[in-house]
Design a protein around this ligand. Structure first.
Ligand code: TRP
Length: 475
């Protein structure tokens, strides 16, 4: 290896190994992949409605604070750890703290990825179904009387939702199969900008509809009176899920990034673009909902029941609807690959499985868990009758997987990662890693980051964890 340039970094892999592992070819590719991960269903069906309900622009201000002081610092913890060690999340903790149990947090992330993808892919399948419906027959069946029944009828089926979920998982697996540069980076480079263009077009369509003003007022009219302690907790949970923090997904992406990239700048860009998309999603949705006199809502009801009715009534609604569901599927797909990659990276880096085998194996295993998830979304599905005891109550398989992963595993994982920065790692190395070899490790904002990441961020995350558990225990 003497002919290779010597690496500045103490724990860097030899160049040869990096080559085998793969790498993002450009800074932009990494940025777009991370934005693709961050921008997902959360931005489009959660953020706009929660903002509207909790005081509009007042809530958005609180949200920005939570992004800046909790979610962004936590994202940078993941970025810096991942790039420093250039290996899986499990390997990262092992490398920095050999012989100590921190690596279990890496494993927790791998398990969380497995679990989240099992039900996230079911929902992605529904989005695909509504896209296909728009292409093949349009949305004219979705009258106010029929829309809800059509949706519930579909998700309670067996072969229909499973088939669409299968397709969503196959697409995810194929992208992962091709590796970082040819799979993930290439997908993000085409699809993320396309998502942006479509979103802007939808915003223009929506805000130019007569009667759309009420929708703007719903989402933006500042009402500081509606802010309370729970709005802070909600904003924090939302910020944190939206930036894909907590399971080592961003850590894994960063492990494929060149040392020269300034991670601090990249993270700020990811947070800004992610927030911009969330606000634009609200501008695309609520003005149109208002223009056609529909109820404001969020979640699956908004996307699969209300919006098809809006598309049914809107001039050129079929084209708009197809564009919307395509956009939503792209958002879901680029998030799915980021949820699956940590699982595959772990199989490759820690268990020496070849990437091709690892992707197909992980894809198949995740789909296998996805089957019970998909068939138990409501109590009326084929496996909806199976109940799992959870925090003193009983829940369906779908709800169990959803709640355990999002409300427990993710906050716990992020909390431990922040503690690790303080107790397990070295401050100087962390600051240098965030700056990158081309950046300034003495930038004053880096110190601000560090102190947020070891104080406010873990406290905020702990608050989410405790509140969510109490909330779930109440039923
Ligand atoms: N951020 C995505 C959304 O807003 C979801 C997501 C993708 C995610 N990867 C993640 C959440 C990793 C937590 C961890 O929908």
């Amino acid at each position: 290896m003497s002919d290779h340039p010597v690496h500045r970094h103490d724990q860097a892999d030899p160049i040869d190994e990096q080559h085998v592992r793969g790498k993002f070819a450009s800074r932009l590719g990494f940025l777009l992949a991370a934005v693709g991960s961050a921008v997902g269903l959360g931005n489009i069906w959660k953020f706009p409605f929660v903002a509207g309900q909790n005081g509009g622009a007042a809530f958005i201000l609180v949200y920005l604070g939570c992004v800046a002081f909790v979610a962004l610092p936590a994202l940078l913890v993941e970025f810096s750890l991942g790039r420093h060690c250039q290996t899986s999340a499990v390997g990262t903790y092992r490398q920095i703290a050999p012989g100590r149990p921190w690596w279990l947090n890496g494993l927790l992330g791998v398990v969380a990825g497995f679990v989240i993808l099992s039900f996230y892919s079911a929902v992605a399948g529904w989005v695909l179904k509504y896209f296909v419906t728009g292409v093949t027959q349009g949305y004219s069946d979705f009258t106010p009387e029929a829309s809800g029944g059509l949706f519930v009828g579909f998700i309670n089926g067996t072969s229909g939702p499973l088939a669409y979920q299968f397709v969503a998982m196959v697409l995810t697996t194929v992208i992962i199969f091709f590796g970082i540069e040819k799979g993930i980076e290439r997908t993000a480079k085409y699809l993320v900008p396309l998502l942006g263009v479509l979103l802007v077009a939808l915003v223009v369509r929506s805000v130019t509809l007569p009667g759309s003003r009420e929708g703007l007022l719903f989402m933006f009219r500042p009402d500081f009176g509606k802010l309370n302690a729970m709005s802070f907790v909600n904003a924090m949970g939302l910020a944190f899920f939206s930036l894909s923090v907590g399971m080592g997904a961003m850590m894994t992406y960063a492990s494929y990034v060149d040392r020269s990239v300034n991670l601090g700048k990249t993270a700020v860009n990811v947070a800004a673009l992610d927030t911009l998309v969330a606000v634009l999603a609200g501008l695309a949705i609520f003005p149109a909902v208002a223009a056609f006199g529909q109820q404001f809502s969020g979640g699956p009801g908004l996307v699969f029941v209300t919006l098809p009715q809006v598309f049914d009534q809107m001039p050129f609604g079929r084209v708009v609807g197809v564009a919307f569901f395509f956009l939503l599927f792209v958002a879901a797909l680029t998030s799915m690959i980021s949820i699956m990659e940590p699982v595959v990276t772990w199989l490759v880096d820690d268990l020496n499985v070849r990437r091709h085998v690892a992707s197909v194996g992980a894809g198949a295993a995740i789909f296998a868990l996805g089957v019970p998830a998909c068939l138990s979304v409501t109590g009326d599905g084929l496996m909806g009758g199976i109940k799992i005891p959870f925090l003193g109550g009983e829940v369906t398989i779908f709800d169990f997987l959803d709640m355990v992963s999002q409300n427990i595993m993710l906050p716990l994982g992020a909390f431990i990662a922040c503690l690790f920065l303080f107790f397990g790692w070295n401050r100087q190395r962390a600051l240098a890693e965030v700056a990158g070899t081309a950046g300034n490790p003495h930038h004053p904002l880096l110190k601000v980051w560090y102190w947020c990441a070891v104080t406010i961020a873990p406290l905020g995350i702990l608050t989410i964890l405790v509140t969510k558990i109490l909330e779930m225990a109440k039923g």
